[in-house]
Design a protein around this ligand. Structure first.
Ligand code: TRP
Length: 78
């Protein structure tokens, strides 16, 4: 994967706590839109980077997110 401007610390790990977690990649540049949506079921893990194409990642549903800055949990709407 081409990744000139970002360091290797930019990986994040997403672990689904429940079924149906969505990991959504948003485009880099003046036009910010969804470009990819990945569905994770309970226990599944996705390891992702910020890239030339991806400037933001939105996570929907219950998941644990591990980043170089710390860990956080996303929660589904109750
Ligand atoms: N083709 C995408 C890219 O290189 C793949 C990708 C990287 C992605 N990080 C992501 C998709 C985070 C969803 C979420 O940018």
């Amino acid at each position: 994967m081409e990744n000139k401007s970002l360091g290797s610390t930019d990986f994040i790990v997403i672990k689904a706590i429940d079924d149906g977690v969505n990991v959504i990649g948003l485009t880099r540049g003046s036009d910010t839109r969804f470009h990819h949506s990945e569905k994770l079921d309970k226990g599944e893990v996705m390891i992702a980077q910020f890239t030339e194409h991806t400037s933001a990642i939105k996570i929907r549903g219950n998941a644990k997110i591990y980043t170089p800055y710390g860990e956080i949990e996303s929660e589904a709407k109750k």
